[in-house]
Ligand binder design. Sequence first.
Ligand code: SF4
Length: 439
Amino acid sequence: MSNAIPVRTRAPAATRPAVGKDASQDRQKRMIADHFDKLSTAKERGQKVVYTFVPGNLTELLGALDILPVLPEINALQSGMRQKSGGYIAEAEKSGHSEDVCTYVKCDIGMLRAGNIGPTGQALPPPDLLLLSYTGCFTFLKWFELLREEYNCPVAMLHVPYQPDGVITPEMRRYVVDQLESEVIPALEKVAGKKLDLDELARRLELSAKAEDDLVAVWESARNTPSPIDGYFGGVYYIGPIFSSFRGTEGAVAYYEELRAEVEARVAAGLGPVTPDGTLTDQRYRIVVEGPPNWTSFNDFWHMFSREGAVVVSSTYTRVGGLYDTGFRHSGRDPLVSLADYCLGCYTNLGLPSRIDLIERYVRDYRADGVLINSVKSCNSFSAGQLLMLRELEKRTGVPGGFIESDLVDPRYFGKANIDNRLQSYFQMLDARRARRAA
Ligand code: SF4
């Protein structure tokens, strides 16, 4: 999957207020700009670059070896937000990639063919290694097979066993640690030209834990009424640093401290989050959302919620790069075990029963009025079994489920009027239920 350093864009409707910016948002923008500056000069400075995916990313390990990460999913979603993905996907389809392939992959391939220009307009360096941390999505394998053909560079794979029963056994943990020791770390050391300093890795993992504490406090602030955050549309901005290149850095710690302080100030003032329709304090519906957002019409999509007074109190997509609110924290005490547990616990690596349990918990903990699924056409990892999940969640929680369909970055699959109609009907259903219960 597929996560996120989106840069906020202007709402398309001229009458709509632009989404406001907090100081933490400016800080995140500066961090991203600095990262892409470093990437653009990496080759001339002799710094090594590894491409890797968001779920199961080993950012602290790369950082401890002074390697810069590139996350192709993030480049794809950025292209979607900047309205470039349609052209990139068309380019990939012209060269034979089927309409059914995950659109992140096709967007990435099209972007590569168009010069591999990143979201800041600077060219991205080719990878010195492809680091495939396999956490549940088969597409990851095929994606890096394609990139290996393009770049003719080595691949290191970390095979993470699927968690069918929601339990990490000692054998699963040992299997991942063994691969880190015998394959992944040696491959990275070869690229970096130096040995891994385990103390430096441990230091970075402790920094990760600090940022994770603050992120969890931000998520849990949504238990308040009004919720001071939108845990989906706003949430994708909050996960940017921790799910990507900055986990295990002082920069990420400072970002999450600042973000948490901003959110706590909104709680104290009784304010809701800033949305495309201004500050959403009068919240009529509290929703839990499963599935990734659409990126090509992101603000339009958000507006369909905020205009109706709907706030998303929790979402699964904002957990794809780490499920910290179930208690996991990175730790420097046993660094490789910590990395193994992180990879094993990724949302994409969980079976359907665990995912249902998690969403049920969100509905109860955040006192949600409904569960809504955005089923994404090209993402099998998320979409398989979603209707079954919805029925089970309705049964267990008693709240109404809603179902809409769109895509990640293919603008052909965002049917604006259709999605808007379905959402309005869904909110009316919540109203009717509320009226029945009050009668
Ligand atoms: S199929 Fe889904 S999880 Fe897999 S790479 Fe595509 S968007 Fe990510």
